[in-house]
Ligand binder design. Structure first.
Ligand SMILES: Nc1ncnc2c1ncn2[C@@H]1O[C@H](COP(=O)(O)OP(=O)(O)OP(=O)(O)O)[C@@H](O)[C@H]1O
Length: 265
């Protein structure tokens, strides 16, 4: 994968029994309980659930940023949490919900940060510039290359963060609400581009219709537990949406695509 849509670089991601507690003694609270996720190579999984249901926590455990209280994460044949930080960073990229970046950087430098895990002690790989350029073109931010980071809009920053993750050339790409600042056109573009990368992707999303259209599989979290998992047609039933989100929806299938239309509480 070199930021141009090559479909060869993914690895399967599997999590079992993932549990994460916060606090100690009487203050202990279970944020995530016994969560499972199975993302085959090259697929896009949508992680859905109301605010506070555990999506970011699960993504952080899948990225190796947090150690689970119990359970395992496997990337290909490897135990993710047994890998050294450098090896993990070469294989898994996370685009955070509220990612901040050093104020003095130009966009090109922010994207180049994605290459850090691939740099040796004394030298960068020779094709680094080409990879960074390819990632910027792929995410349609190359026209911003010389702009100072603080001058970017929220949506532009979000696309630059995706470019940084693409430049990282990961096997697994984790995205926390990657579309929340994007206009409708760029929302559709971003998810189509993630799919075109061919990596194994897991994206936390709030728009059920968008998730149904772009994801191979969905995982629904509610109060820290996985309450449904599978293809959109099986998962997104009006009953489940009413139970988990407290919203009345119609679910229809148009030209083979699941469409979700909300009516209200
Ligand atoms: N370090 C922490 N200490 C205490 N509570 C935490 C911590 N991290 C997360 N939580 C709590 O765990 C729950 C799940 O949080 P998380 O951020 O994973 O939810 P989310 O599904 O990503 O929510 P949102 O859709 O609002 O982004 C929330 O109630 C949150 O307040």
């Amino acid at each position: 994968m070199s930021g141009t849509g090559d479909t060869s670089g993914g690895a399967a991601l599997r999590a079992e029994g993932l549990t994460w507690h916060v606090g100690r003694g009487a203050q202990r609270r279970t944020v995530l309980a016994d969560a499972a996720l199975d993302a085959p190579v090259g697929t896009v999984t949508g992680l859905l659930g109301p605010n506070g249901s555990g999506k970011t926590t699960l993504l952080h455990l899948l990225a190796g940023l947090r150690r689970p209280s119990a359970g395992t994460v496997r990337i290909g044949d490897d135990d993710l949490h047994a890998l050294r930080a450098g090896a993990r960073a070469r294989r898994v990229a996370l685009v955070e919900q509220h990612a901040e970046t050093g104020l003095d950087l130009r966009v090109r430098d922010v994207v180049a940060l994605g290459r850090t895990p691939h740099r040796g002690r004394f030298a960068a790989p020779v094709d680094d510039d080409a990879t960074v350029g390819g990632a910027m073109r792929f995410t349609d931010v190359d026209h911003l290359a010389d702009r100072a980071w603080p001058t970017l809009s929220g949506g532009e920053r979000q696309r630059v963060h995706l470019a940084r993750a693409v430049a990282q050339e990961p096997e697994v790409l984790l995205l926390d609400e990657p579309t929340n600042h994007l206009d409708l056109g760029h929302q559709l573009d971003l998810l189509a581009r993630v799919r075109a990368l061919g990596v194994t992707a897991v994206a936390a999303l709030h728009d059920l219709d968008l998730a149904a259209a772009h994801c191979d599989r969905l995982v629904v979290l509610d109060a820290g537990r996985v309450v449904a998992a599978g293809p959109a047609a099986d998962v997104l039933t009006p009953d489940l949406v009413a139970r988990v989100w407290g919203v009345r929806v119609d679910v229809t299938e148009v030209d083979g695509r699941v469409r979700v239309r909300w009516w209200g509480r």
